[in-house]
Design a protein around this ligand. Structure first.
Ligand SMILES: Cc1cc2nc3c(=O)[nH]c(=O)nc-3n(C[C@H](O)[C@H](O)[C@H](O)COP(=O)(O)OP(=O)(O)OC[C@H]3O[C@@H](n4cnc5c(N)ncnc54)[C@H](O)[C@@H]3O)c2cc1C
Length: 380
């Protein structure tokens, strides 16, 4: 191994998969660098801080946390293992409903058995990722553009997306092992250029290309002065140990995949915040729209029609687009790796799964694989 190799492992992507793997590898004594193109950590486990427009009755701005990505984890999440995210997760036990369409084509709301309690973070779900990131060497706003085989390891080119003097192209990084903990579709452009230079890369690329995702559009909406829970969805008996709330599954609804009273995950939530996720069909139709506000309003109008007319008149609204939202066609194994390139791996929810816990499990599997590959590289 040449002296220029600075890192044992570079992990691209600070989502749950990448952070889990990075923690496992650095706990095992490896020098690990995590790169993420975003300003925050957590990837699709994301929370937006929204400053509520000033109210006449309450001067001063108020910032609320809104989960616009991952909504909840199962109560039995792997993150509940001691020492992982202790104290961050709380139970959430909302009333559950589903949308059904009657014979006249009218949407009905029906109560469904609760699948809860779910595990949520009152500070916002991104707090879970921040806990997982603690102690790691992490470079944000660092977008990896290509990876190349170099000697026994890998060369990683990246761009600094931070505004200001440091922005732009940067010196490539070198590493003994490389983990691409990003959606498979985003792996493809990173490895395509190098496939002719390494026998393991062509099957790696083909496997990444076979994975597909559904897009989703998320609408976040706040309702000033609407202090009552949305009446038609109120629940008579609330568990006093968990905050109230409701969630509605779209089932076969053409536009709504899911919506819920996101503010009921917070410990203090004086005004309702609703989060609605679109179906893949809705997102495919509207993804490239220039007027996102009107797309958000269209989705809220659907929610208003199905649930409560007041949903169509929010005080504020924001829209987020997830191009790689939910896994549609997964890779059939817990990690992506090829025998010809043992120090390269891919991981994420798309490896034998579709959920946050699957991403964590895939990160664990990738860390185990790379440890084994690095140990086998050591001279006798
Ligand atoms: C709207 C929505 C709701 C969801 N709700 C739930 C739920 O309720 N429960 C559940 O279990 N799961 C849910 N999921 C799925 C869950 O969020 C994901 O399974 C999980 O967060 C995926 O983690 P990951 O590490 O695989 O990938 P990601 O979270 O996508 O992380 C990938 C990271 O890689 C970074 N990245 C990408 N390309 C590059 C590059 N070239 N250079 C540097 N960095 C890069 C990204 O910025 C990102 O931070 C939801 C997803 C969405 C979109």
């Amino acid at each position: 191994m040449g002296d220029s190799v600075a890192w044992d492992v570079i992990v691209v992507g600070a989502g749950l998969g990448g952070l889990t793997a990075a923690q496992r590898l650095s706990q095992a004594g490896y020098q690990v660098l995590v790169l993420d193109k975003s300003r925050g950590v957590g990837g699709r486990m994301a929370t937006r801080r929204v400053t509520w427009p000033q109210r006449a009755d309450a001067p001063g701005s108020e910032t609320v946390a809104v989960d616009h990505g991952c909504r909840f984890l199962p109560a039995s999440t792997r993150l509940e293992e001691p020492g992982v995210a202790e104290g961050v997760l709380h139970p959430w036990n909302p009333a559950e409903f589903a949308l059904t369409v009657d014979s006249q084509g009218r949407t009905q709301v029906v109560s469904t058995p609760s699948q809860g309690p779910y595990a949520v973070s009152p500070q916002g779900m991104s707090a879970v990722a921040k806990t997982l990131a603690a102690g790691l060497t992490l470079q944000r706003q660092s977008r990896v553009t290509q990876v190349w085989p170099q000697g026994d390891g890998w060369r990683v080119t990246w761009v600094n997306d931070a505004a200001g003097a440091e922005a732009g192209e940067t010196a490539p990084l070198t590493t003994r092992a490389l983990l691409l903990a990003i959606p498979a579709a985003q792996i493809v452009p990173l490895v395509t250029g190098a496939t002719a230079h390494h026998a393991g890369l062509a099957p790696f690329l083909a496997a990444a290309e076979a994975v597909t995702f559904d897009p989703v559009m998320t609408v976040m909406a706040g309702y000033d002065g609407l202090t009552d829970p949305l009446t038609r969805l109120d629940r008579p008996q609330l568990d006093p140990t968990s905050p109230p709330g409701w969630m509605v599954w779209g089932q076969g609804h053409p536009n709504l995949r899911w919506l819920a009273l996101d503010s009921s995950k917070r410990l203090q939530s004086p005004y309702p915040v609703v989060v609605a996720h679109s179906t893949a069909t809705f997102a495919e139709t509207h993804f490239d729209a220039t007027d996102l506000a009107s797309v958000g309003q269209t989705l809220l109008a659907q929610a208003a029609l199905a649930l409560d007319s007041r949903l169509a008149q929010p005080t504020w609204m924001q829209v987020h687009r997830w191009r790689y939202g939910f896994v549609k066609q997964a890779h059939p194994a817990p990690l992506l790796a090829t025998a010809a390139a043992p120090t390269l791996a891919g991981c994420g929810d798309w490896c034998a799964g579709l959920s946050a816990d699957d991403a964590i499990q895939s990160g664990e599997a990738a860390a185990h694989h790379l440890r084994h590959s690095l140990e086998s590289q050591r001279p006798e």
